[in-house]
Design a protein around this ligand. Structure first.
Ligand code: ZN
Length: 245
């Protein structure tokens, strides 16, 4: 496993034969949908192509994948959002190509943790671009240069990321790309809602709150112990420690 950018983990997950079997299962389902004119629910409002894998018998397999594989990983990699307590999944495939959806706009997922696996086939383009994790309040804030990361898909290889890691997919410029997406959620267990361990803006807000009042950030930071007054501060003291209102 590697972490090419903070909070983005990539690793080999499926053998080529398994990818082929899964792709043929999806193709069979789509043929049946076309023949019967059955109205299927597409995976998300952003995708006109692709199918929900839970809808045609793969729910148990995907649940085992989440509980047996993603949960132990998330416990270690995403402990701050309760990675070991994931208890619900939404599993689907998305399809991109010149006769399908080509790209996917900038968004966050409706998940705690997302597994994204390229199943094939032959394609060019379609890379994922990431722009940092944000909570709802800060979702539209600027990204910092160090938060910019582009990931190029390889069949059989997975990307695991925080659901609030803002991302999008660039255009698949030729061929046909199919990816399996598993949104893993925690529905039953409530978890503390302190976003500062992963949202860069909440982190910055919290950091600033913990700075002394009248703090000039260009000055060297003194240790809290050195400057903390022994007696309650009197009016006019420069250093008043505490939470900035
Ligand atoms: Zn935030």
């Amino acid at each position: 496993m590697s972490e090419p950018a903070p909070g983005i983990f990539t690793f080999e997950i499926f053998q080529p034969h398994f990818c082929e079997l899964l792709l043929s299962e999806v193709e069979n389902f789509e043929k049946w949908v076309n023949t019967t004119k059955f109205q299927v629910i597409r995976p998300s409002i952003l995708n006109k192509f692709g199918v929900v894998l839970d809808d045609f018998g793969l729910q148990t397999m995907l649940d085992k994948l989440m509980k047996g594989f993603i949960c132990p990983l998330s416990k270690a990699l995403f402990a701050e959002i309760g990675g070991s307590t994931l208890d619900f999944h939404h599993g689907f495939v998305v399809e991109y190509g010149t006769d399908k959806d080509t790209d996917l706009g900038f968004h966050v997922d409706d998940s705690e943790v997302t597994l994204n696996v390229c199943l094939g086939k032959q394609f060019s383009g379609g890379e994922l671009y990431f722009r940092g994790m944000r909570c709802d309040k800060h979702i539209n804030t600027k990204s910092h240069p160090k938060e910019s990361f582009d990931y190029f898909h390889t069949p059989g290889r997975a990307v695991l990321h925080h659901g609030r890691h803002r991302h999008g997919a660039r255009a698949t410029t030729s061929g046909h790309r199919v990816n399996l997406i598993l949104w893993c959620r925690r529905e039953m267990v409530k978890f503390k809602k302190d976003c500062s361990s992963w949202c860069a803006e909440c982190f910055e807000e919290k950091r600033k709150k913990l700075l002394p009042l009248d703090w000039d950030e260009t000055e060297e930071v003194p240790s809290r112990k050195e400057k903390e007054p022994a007696a309650p501060p009197t009016t006019g003291d420069k250093w008043k420690w505490g939470v900035r209102k």
